[in-house]
Ligand binder design. Structure first.
Ligand code: APR
Length: 229
């Protein structure tokens, strides 16, 4: 079976009602990154950071996977598929994708500040900023904040290097290291970008740019890839 690696960003969840970050009306217009999405913000004002993620978590729990998430699952009938997502929602999981790498963490999980291997599923959307685990460790959102390492990056690079086909869906490709993953694809790898604002990347060969929404563009591309097998 050929291998498809999919890199997704906020744009794939936009049609599920979850705001993107950098579009007009996006999250970073309403909130300053340094107030809510850095380790320093968490140290300074954990209540504000917790409220921000509580609102995000509530929105995610109310959302449903859309046609694009569901179409990616169809690919698994014909290909080995790995989804690398920058999204912290669980819409790929709920759609049914089997192999998902969350580069930027998962909003429905919390973890110990002292031992990052202690990870807990959150109960409901509302987290208390003073909550602790049984060892008395304070819990923080299981999110990769700006300025933090991206622990799953090595695994993402490893998968990308082996891809026969690489799809990029709904990301502005402004945040590194995720944005640099496409540079690890092989020359023979077929690459596609689906995003209404997608641009050509001059240094990337074998690239097809599809300027369309995920809801329309992804099911059409999936149909084509399934027919091509
Ligand atoms: N279908 C497909 N793409 C869409 C749609 C849609 N319906 N609507 C918007 N988009 C595209 C936009 O054109 C844009 O290119 O989604 C992209 C969203 O870009 P960003 O808001 O920058 O989101 P993303 O690339 O996922 O951000 C990366 O930045 O702040 C962080 O940690 C956060 O993981 C996030 C990272």
């Amino acid at each position: 079976m050929k291998r498809i690696v999919v890199l997704t960003g906020a744009g794939i969840s936009a049609e599920s009602g979850i705001k993107t970050f950098r579009d007009s009306n996006g999250l970073w217009e309403e909130h300053r990154i340094e107030d809510v999405a850095t380790p320093q913000a968490w140290q300074r004002n954990p209540k504000l950071v917790t409220n921000f993620y509580n609102q995000r978590r509530k929105q995610v729990m109310e959302a449903l996977p859309n046609k694009a998430h569901l179409a990616l699952v169809e690919l698994e009938k014909q290909y080995q598929v790995v989804v690398i997502t920058q999204n912290v929602d669980d819409l790929h999981e709920r759609a049914g994708s089997k192999h998902i790498i969350h580069l930027h963490g998962e909003i429905l999980k919390m973890r110990s500040e002292e031992d990052p291997s202690m990870i807990y599923q959150s109960n409901g959307w509302e987290m208390d900023y003073e909550s602790t685990n049984a060892h008395g460790h304070r819990l923080r959102p299981h999110i990769v904040w700006f300025g933090e390492m991206v622990p799953k990056m090595d695994e993402a690079i490893f998968q990308t290097m082996k891809a026969d086909i690489f799809l990029v869906i709904g990301t502005s490709l402004e945040v590194y290291p995720a944005a640099g993953l496409i540079d690890y694809t092989s020359q023979t790898c077929e690459k596609y970008i689906v995003d209404p604002k997608a641009r050509e990347l001059n240094h990337i060969q074998n690239l097809t740019v599809i300027q369309n929404t995920a809801g329309e563009g992804v099911p059409a591309l999936v149909n084509k890839l399934i027919k091509n097998v």
